[in-house]
Write a protein that binds this ligand. Structure first.
Ligand code: BES
Ligand code: ZN
Ligand code: ZN
Length: 451
């Protein structure tokens, strides 16, 4: 969507300038000219630039412009590569449009953005890398926005296979027979609740030689009704997006592959529907897991941690992961605490958490670490099994503590995106209504930092 400018004719000329109130627009002297104010040099950050770029291109779009030149020299002079990438990303992510299934589709003509070349940076290279990442963020959004009847676990697996075609990524879809043989009982407790069978989707990208891969494990619940611990009907809206973590890990790996990052990474997506049927699991059930640990079911609505538990064990045992990151729309408690602004994190390794913070510094996404004090282990104790899947208090922490039992000694990060996966009142200007695609850019940056 963004290209380097080669003197093509444009309707709008947006000049980013270091003055005025950050984010405000002002008409320039000639017709079609707009000044985009960036505020003070000292205060300008890449994230602020991302927001300003998003706001200004949306405004121009509303004014009916579709050939737009962004003159970003002033910003790039200060923030260099990072500044250029931020403008491109803010603009591309802001202009995303959700698919729809209307009989008559309104033809929103695509807006073409051009960037002025600057001498400060290699614009072409940055543009190429950023555009690829943005396209995969939008792919993740498409999956999350897609209704559950059009994206069952089997269809999700097909969509992933299709998306990876042409890239140097191996996609393996383990069907329910295979996962049962592997002993993934926790995954099946949820997956067997629906006539739409579960799938374990595995993507392997090997750009980094012989090193053990980082595993990215993403929750892939294509619909979460809550099961017999049924959600109230209002709480069920949006649960087509309960696979946002799965979409994010898939997108991150495909972006790394397309940009030929020098790392080894494996995405594991346990894909299931959580439904009510005669083959559903029930509250009070005691189930097994691939790890051998048994689990007492306090709530069938705490299904995410069950499928992730087996996926984490699978990643460590079969994919020989040296590090694990899980990402999931896991708890309402985290969503209520952080809203759409930040992603909740639990970590069992300080260095790995520091690497995440560095990656977040480059992506602009915000992370907030919750504690894993030993006292919290009591939350997941059961009288009759090794673990309890629900808890009456500290819901976000209990979920993290549960997963940490399966990560064992492997360096592990748990990212709870329950709040951030959907845009809302607190969202950024580059997050249009619907799915945000949150997590993709940070996972991309995190993996790249290990190259
Ligand atoms: N998918 C939900 C979490 C969720 C809630 C995501 C709201 C996005 C928005 C998850 O499976 C769930 O239902 N969690 C329960 C756990 C509880 C029963 C222990 C929750 O948070 O209420
Ligand atoms: Zn649930
Ligand atoms: Zn869920």
């Amino acid at each position: 969507m963004v290209k380097l400018w080669n003197g093509e004719a444009v309707q709008w000329h947006l000049t980013f300038c270091m003055e005025g109130k950050a984010g405000s627009l002002e008409a320039g002297k000639a017709a079609g000219q707009l000044l985009v104010h960036l505020g003070s040099r000292e205060k300008l950050t890449a994230e602020e630039l991302r927001r300003i770029a998003a706001k200004s291109v949306k405004q121009v779009q509303n004014l009916g412009g579709n050939l737009v030149l962004l003159d970003v020299a002033a910003a790039v002079e200060i923030l260099k590569e990072e500044g250029l990438a931020a403008v491109v990303q803010g603009a591309e992510l802001a202009l995303y449009h959700q698919e729809n299934w209307k009989e008559k589709s309104e033809d929103k003509s695509d807006i073409q953005l051009y960037l002025t070349a600057t001498e400060d940076v290699d614009g072409g290279a940055i543009l190429a890398e950023t555009t690829v990442v943005d396209r995969w963020v939008c792919f993740a959004r498409d999956l999350v926005n897609c209704p559950s009847n059009k994206l069952t676990p089997v269809l999700l697996a097909e969509a992933v296979v299709q998306a990876a075609a042409g890239l140097d990524v191996e996609v393996q879809v383990l069907d329910d027979k295979v996962t049962r043989t592997l002993g993934m009982e926790a995954f099946h407790a949820v997956g067997d609740s629906s006539a739409n069978p579960p799938r374990l989707i595995v993507l392997r990208y090997r750009g980094g030689g012989e090193a053990a891969p980082i595993a990215l494990v993403g929750k892939g619940v294509t619909f979460d009704s809550g099961g017999y611990s049924l959600k109230p009907s209002t709480g069920m809206r949006g649960m087509k997006g309960d696979m946002a973590g799965g979409a994010a890990v898939c997108a991150a790996v495909l972006a790394l592959a397309e940009n030929q990052a020098a790392i080894n990474v494996t995405a594991v997506i346990p894909a299931v529907e959580n439904r009510i049927s005669s083959s559903s699991f029930l509250p009070d059930d005691v189930i097994g897991s691939m790890s051998g640990k048994t689990i007492e079911i306090g709530s069938t609505d705490a299904e995410g941690r069950l499928i992730l538990a087996d996926a984490i064990t699978y990643a460590i045992r079969y994919e020989k992961a040296c590090k694990v990151v899980d990402i999931a729309t896991l708890t309402g408690a985290m969503a209520r605490m952080l809203g759409g602004v930040a992603i909740g994190v639990m970590a069992n390794d300080d260095n790995f958490f520091t690497a995440l913070q560095d990656a977040a510094g480059r992506s602009g996404e915000k992370f907030w670490r919750v504690p894993d004090y030993p006292e919290y282990k009591q939350l997941i104790e059961s009288q009759v099994a090794d673990l309890y899947n629900s808890s009456d208090s500290c819901g976000a922490i209990a979920a993290g503590m549960f997963l940490s039992a399966f990560a064992e000694d492997t360096p592990w990060l748990h990212l709870d995106i329950a709040g951030a996966a959907w845009s809302g009142k607190l969202s950024q200007p580059y997050q249009p209504k619907g799915a945000t695609g949150v997590g993709v850019t940070t996972l991309y940056q995190l993996c790249r930092s290990f190259a």
